[in-house]
Ligand binder design. Sequence first.
Ligand SMILES: [Zn+2]
Ligand SMILES: [Zn+2]
Length: 293
Amino acid sequence: MTNKKIYSGSLHSHGCWTDYRNESEKKNFPFDLKSFVEYCSIIGRDFQAITDIMAHRPEKPEFIEKRYKALLKTADPKDKSYVLQQNKTESVIYLLKENKKLIIPRTQEILTDINFKHILAIGVEKDIRGGRNALETLNEIRDLGGYSILDHTFMCDAWNKEKVKKLYSKGLILATEWNGGLTFPAICDILPVKTPNKKSNHRVLSLEKKCGIPCIANDDSHSAEDIMNGAFTSYDFSDIDENLSLTDKIVSSIKSGKFKKHKKYSSFISPFLHVKYGAESQETFREEGLPDA
Ligand SMILES: [Zn+2]
Ligand SMILES: [Zn+2]
């Protein structure tokens, strides 16, 4: 298997509605390792993260997702068409017939104590508790040897420019995020209105241009359609040690500015699915439904 130099994928991807999927979603997108890998491979991804949501609302039990683990549990040792190699924070799957490999990093989206101040942690094995102060969360991720990305950075004014510059200069964040996700998707961007997502995406690009704070594009997918249509980034690993993990290679590529954003918004039907599944989740997860991340 030749070693590719350009790796494309999304680091912020919930994959699909694993926790409250209905029958038709199950049929469209069976959530088992082999189908997931084949799907991502067909659409040209070299990696695709599974992002676990970590939340803790006041007076509610802690909400910790285990989507990544759940997906890996579906690996079939009797299936000789692929080989699975599990490392600490990512798994490598070799599709033997196709002579292809796909890497699945486990990332975490941590919902802090402030609405929409969400932090995407990469390269951390330990579960990061949600519901805490953002600075405390960022410090913990750094202390554990991981990296933080401020996902959908300026959505709903979660952060301001000065604060982001300060966090970056202190080495507490690796990058901001151009978010192609579901909350305010394609349909809103076509209309001549300023949606929070569109505005946030404009602001991260301007911050990258003016202050050199790297910005990567992710799909923030919640359905198969989101992965297919959504944003991703291509990272150039040309001068990077081949033996490093995917996460370390991505970090190095971001730091040296060798990456290219593919700025796309998720599909038209995604907002309708979001509303539908959100409503369905209320039955399962009480009146508030699942944390929106
Ligand atoms: Zn998310
Ligand atoms: Zn979020």
